[in-house]
Design a protein around this ligand. Structure first.
Ligand SMILES: Cc1cc2nc3c(=O)[nH]c(=O)nc-3n(C[C@H](O)[C@H](O)[C@H](O)COP(=O)(O)OP(=O)(O)OC[C@H]3O[C@@H](n4cnc5c(N)ncnc54)[C@H](O)[C@@H]3O)c2cc1C
Length: 391
């Protein structure tokens, strides 16, 4: 995807070939190991190396910087395929690509030349560090400060819930450069923050699901970086820069939701055709048919909403409402399909020897990440009213 225009979208045939490669890689390399890694909560370093070879750390970065330059539609389909088997590994690239997007979209020419090629190769990996212990949805309430000191900035504060926080080496760090500014967002800036003296990992957070990928608390104590690391070189733009990537971020999370919803449907449909009760496969009992019918419809509707939002994004249209709808619907579909899939498995849905329990633990994250579903409905409603003024 080009960040701003569809003119350099990659060729449709090439994208189909890439998706085919991703499908085969997912089935051959990810499926056999997912259960073991997930239960051990072990970081899949081997998968990271494979993703480097596939070029996935530059999936949405322009070809000019060595990336694949995928349009959002192709990228979403790729995320759907991987998430239908192992959602966690998509987080390793999604958050990283949000960091790269912020630099490509808003960075100075020097920042792009310095950081993007290393991010595309996966040599530098990271994510977005926005959330703090006291500020998630209300991002303008963050407390982390950056104080100018000669040609440097000195940063103090704590971030939490940061994906790739322990394994990553560089983050887009949202701070207050003017804590007194009103409105609050005018005092916010975004920095490229590599790990070095003054930047430590506080602790890795234990989670219900979304295992194998690290989510961490990051601590900054008199962390000193050159002013050259201020994205775009101008203070006060950080809130806009951080949130402008959210549309693509929401399409990404929505695509993960589709993957889980479709994965749960596949597991449930397979199980329902082999498990027999009262002399027939359970898929021939009407109660199970009603569930499968609803699951299949939800998964399909979610897929179409995501592709609709991705197409709007690729055209360069405003798509906050479309991305919000896709994110809200697809993540709720993931949650509902994983629960229904579990029910269809009976006792075996509760067993760690079957995959459906992982989807059930992974699904709720999609309702929280990149803006909670409560906020999505508010965004959808506001935008709907804006686009439909009463006459
Ligand atoms: C596994 C995981 C990975 C994450 N990765 C990252 C990451 O890489 N980088 C990062 O910066 N953050 C990350 N996050 C943080 C995530 O973005 C936040 O958790 C999310 O934005 C919600 O913030 P919060 O948890 O502080 O909830 P709060 O903001 O405290 O909200 C609590 C509840 O109140 C509701 N609520 C809040 N305000 C309103 C309102 N105005 N109207 C209606 N309802 C409202 C919310 O919807 C929610 O239900 C991650 C979180 C998780 C769980």
């Amino acid at each position: 995807m080009t960040v701003t225009s569809a003119s350099s979208m990659s060729n449709v045939g090439e994208d189909a070939q890439l998706l085919d490669t991703i499908e085969r890689w997912t089935m051959r390399e990810l499926k056999p190991i997912v259960r073991e890694y997930d239960h051990a909560d072990r970081y899949p370093a081997i998968v990271v190396e494979q993703m480097k070879e596939l070029g996935l750390f530059g999936a949405t970065v322009s070809e000019e910087y060595g990336g694949l330059g995928l349009p959002a539609t192709t990228y979403s389909k790729m995320i759907m395929i991987i998430s239908s088997v192992w959602m966690s590994v998509t987080g390793i690239i999604n958050s990283h690509l949000m960091l790269a997007l912020a630099i490509e979209k808003f960075g100075t020419p020097e920042q792009k030349a310095k950081w993007l090629p290393k991010m595309v190769s996966g040599e530098v990996r990271g994510g977005l560090a926005l959330t703090e212990p006291d500020a998630g949805t209300d991002l303008q309430g963050i407390r982390m400060t950056a104080r100018r000191d000669g040609s440097d900035y000195v940063i103090n504060g704590t971030k939490t819930w940061i994906t790739n926080g322990a394994e990553g080496s560089c983050f887009a760090l949202l701070v207050k450069t003017d804590p007194q500014a009103q409105p609050r967002h005018k005092g916010m800036s975004l920095f490229i923050a590599p790990k070095q003296k003054g930047f430590t990992v506080g602790r890795k957070l234990e989670k219900l699901g979304y295992k194998s990928i690290d989510t961490a608390e990051l601590v900054f104590e008199d962390y000193r970086i050159p002013a050259d690391n201020l994205i775009g070189g101008v203070e006060g733009q950080g809130f806009y820069q951080a949130t402008s990537g959210l549309e693509l971020g929401r399409i990404n999370v929505a695509a993960r939701g589709v993957g889980i919803a479709e994965g749960a449907l596949k597991l449930a449909a397979d199980y329902a055709q082999t498990r027999r009760t009262f002399g027939k496969p359970i898929c021939e009992h009407q109660a199970i048919q009603l569930k499968l019918g609803e699951m299949a419809t939800r998964a399909r509707a979610a897929r179409l909403l995501v592709l609709d939002a991705a197409a709007a994004f690729d055209r360069g249209d405003r798509c906050d409402m479309e991305a919000g709808m896709a994110k809200y619907f697809a993540s709720e579909a993931a949650l509902e399909n994983s629960i229904e899939g579990m029910r269809i498995h009976g006792a075996y849905g509760y067993s760690k020897e079957f995959d459906i329990e992982r989807l059930y633990r992974d699904a709720p994250l999609t309702c929280i990440g990149e803006g909670t579903n409560e906020m999505q409905r508010i965004i959808i409603s506001r935008q709907f009213i804006n686009r439909n003024p009463a006459i």
